[in-house]
Write a protein that binds this ligand. Structure first.
Ligand SMILES: NC(=O)c1ccc[n+]([C@@H]2O[C@H](COP(=O)([O-])OP(=O)(O)OC[C@H]3O[C@@H](n4cnc5c(N)ncnc54)[C@H](OP(=O)(O)O)[C@@H]3O)[C@@H](O)[C@H]2O)c1
Length: 371
């Protein structure tokens, strides 16, 4: 059973119906493996299909996968066949967790949505569409309202919900707490991103060992834009971006899991002192609908007061990898406040975030359980 399943809150609403059948698309990759682990023992979902690329067709998952996680590969997954990613192969799944490369997702995810499947996607293919939410339920569960627009615009019976790029997720959580309390004007962010964020096999060992690579293709544009959509507002025309600006530098560093982002912010109403900012971060609560779900981060934000934390190796797995860890909160001599954020890139920033999104779709009645 995964760390998230182990950390389920006793107050988590219980489903009284049969488990909801789900598929994992791109199940052999870095994020796909996290899905297997997080869905092992999930109280609401049962995995009924695993997909891979054409070269995997017919292989058992246990034969095809190069398993990278420290928890063992669950026996039920090892025995499942890998099937090509197509609506007719999903074995009745109501939900599909997509860990597909973006170009593949662009083709396949709309086909599934049009057939009535709800796709919770990690891919960037549809994040920029105004009627597709970048959902982080602890921030913007209300953005599911655009899904009705999405269905009307596109004639889909299902839909597509994305989660953010893995660097934007922890950053956005910290920014949301500060925006609610003080109002954001400007954000300057420098990331130090784990190699698991590049998938498998990802970055060559000879490039990254003992090194820092100050370039990740397409990443800066995502980090400068996605938090503004995540903190934006639902309008009849889709989601309107929040009005603060972000400047981002993104770097790959030799860390296995956990992205670190150092951040400076200019605020509309600066806090009286650092303690007021820490209190705002620690007090942050998810919206009601997302507060007691199996994957709700508990707590949403942990603030470390030790001078040398957070560190990815020590802190990324806080709260089963769903909690955002903030530290080194202090005054900024140019703007108002600076701090460090650590977030687990393949859990909160990918598979765990998508499972949390699916839980919101269920609790809001968009995904129907089997009769
Ligand atoms: N890693 C992260 O931290 C992270 C965070 C947020 C978002 N994402 C996004 O999540 C997605 C997956 O990332 P990843 O890191 O898991 O990548 P990855 O390790 O490269 O895995 C990609 C997966 O997609 C499969 N695949 C490739 N072509 C396919 C096709 N035509 N049909 C079905 N499956 C196909 C691969 O299967 P085979 O084994 O058959 O090749 C593999 O299982 C990407 O869009 C990425 O940008 C990743």
């Amino acid at each position: 059973m995964s760390p998230i399943s182990q950390s389920l809150n006793p107050s988590t609403p219980q489903v009284s119906h049969a488990p909801i059948p789900v598929a994992i698309l791109g199940a052999t990759g870095t994020v796909g493996q996290r899905f297997i682990s997080l869905l092992d023992g999930h109280p609401w979902f049962r995995v009924v299909a695993l997909t891979g690329s054409a070269r995997r067709d017919g292989q058992r998952y246990g034969e095809a996968v190069h398993w990278l996680l420290s928890e063992p590969l669950p026996a039920w997954a090892a025995e499942m066949p890998l099937v090509p990613t197509a609506p007719e192969n999903l074995n009745g799944a109501a939900l599909a967790f997509s860990a597909l490369p973006s170009d593949v997702a662009r083709e396949i995810e709309p086909q599934l949505a049009s057939c009535g499947v709800w796709v919770c996607s990690n891919a960037s293919a549809f994040r920029r569409e105004p009627d597709v939410p970048i959902l982080l339920p602890e921030i913007n569960a209300d953005h599911i309202a655009v899904l009705r627009q999405q269905q009307a615009n596109r004639g889909w019976k299902g839909g597509i919900v994305t989660n953010s790029n893995c660097t934007s997720s922890g950053l956005s959580v910290a920014l949301k707490a500060l925006d609610d309390a003080f109002g954001l004007r400007q954000v300057f962010a420098v990331s130090m991103q784990a190699i698991s964020g590049a998938g498998y096999p990802g970055v060559a060992a000879l490039d990254i060992a003992g090194n820092v690579i100050p370039y990740i293709g397409g990443e800066e544009a995502k980090v400068e834009w996605e938090p503004r959509k995540i903190l934006g507002a639902v309008t009849p025309e889709g989601i309107r971006l929040a009005d603060f600006r972000i400047s981002a530098h993104t770097n790959r560093v030799p860390v296995v899991d956990g992205h670190t982002v150092v951040v400076s912010v200019a605020l509309k109403r600066p806090p009286a002192d650092t303690e007021e900012a820490i209190r705002a971060l620690e007090a942050y609560q998810p919206p009601e609908i997302a507060r007691d779900l199996p994957s709700t981060p508990r707590p949403v934000i942990v603030v470390r007061r030790d001078p040398d934390r957070p560190q990815p190796r020590l802190d990324a797995s806080t709260g089963g990898g769903m909690t955002t860890v903030v530290g080194r909160v202090r005054p900024d001599p140019i703007w108002d406040l600076k701090f460090v954020v650590v977030s687990h890139n393949t859990v909160r920033g990918a598979a765990g975030g998508a499972v949390y999104n699916a839980e919101v779709l269920v609790i809001s009645g968009l995904v129907a359980a089997p009769a």
